[in-house]
Design a protein around this ligand. Sequence first.
Ligand code: ZN
Ligand code: ZN
Length: 345
Amino acid sequence: MTRLERLQAALERPLLVTDSANVRYLSGFRSSNAALLVEPQTVRLCTDSRYTAAARLLPGIEVVDIGRDLYGGLAELLEGEVGFEPDSVTVASFEKLRSGGASLVAFSGLVERLRAVKDEGELEAIRRAAEVTSRAYERLASEPFAGRREVDLAWRMRELFHQLGSEEEAFATIVASGPNGAFPHAEPGERVVQEGDFVLIDAGAVVDGYCADCTRTFACGEPPAELRRAYEVCLAAQEAGVAAVRAGALAREVDAAARDLIEASKFAGRFGHGLGHGVGVEVHEAPSLRAAAGDVRLEAGNVVTIEPGIYLEGLGGVRIEDLLIVTEGGAEVLTSSSKQLTIVG
Ligand code: ZN
Ligand code: ZN
């Protein structure tokens, strides 16, 4: 079954797909102005004349030239009861859409649930994206860090991705040095890396439209004992999290396997975010691995990160993140660059 056929099999009423990542996942079509109207027997791609010629190459999909005003055009096209994706429709677009008289029913998460389980082609693209990411980290780790600004290291990572075959960055690379590492989502800035700093780098390559996601934390010269200890605890927690991953495991139990280790250490309370998330055509997708994940269980073919962190205000931070494929018996770890504390110049 194709992705669209799997969606059709799960539908009780027509579904209007407007989330651009979902449109791309289902049809392979990239556009800033497109929607898919999926019905049990038919699939229509609605877009404007800039995209229609390319869209007509898609097999099994009828193309509708709906004009630049996507939602205005859709309002005229839709009739009866139609599901829509509330997370991707603004209030203004919703008002326009319902002015046509169709009965709109909010319907979240269906395509996202399909996306969470990857097929072999998707897994292969993610393996290659992870491979490029790992090679980039290895190359960067062989260079001196001291005296370079965070933005310089971020730019270098981007350059390495390009050289190694990445299409783009999965997200803007995070480089957080010294005290900046205490902010989990720090943006790289003008700070110059100094001897004794921890340097946290979070980055991901993209291959064939699929993302990777990996964090490594390096020591520039000899780190303070407190940071070295935080690294040891974080690595033990990360390895416990990886070891807990298998098809059928509760996402919250995997989170707990890593979190409990940090909570039992002197760094209790210093790991505030979830343990991990799904990765695919977008860098954050289902499933989410966190304490509040309810009864979500991992499935074979999920691709997830395991990324505990310890954040120490005024001193620095450590996060170690791998990308994994969930398998029946455990996991295939895709990110291969060393997780041992690497001392750079
Ligand atoms: Zn990351
Ligand atoms: Zn991540």
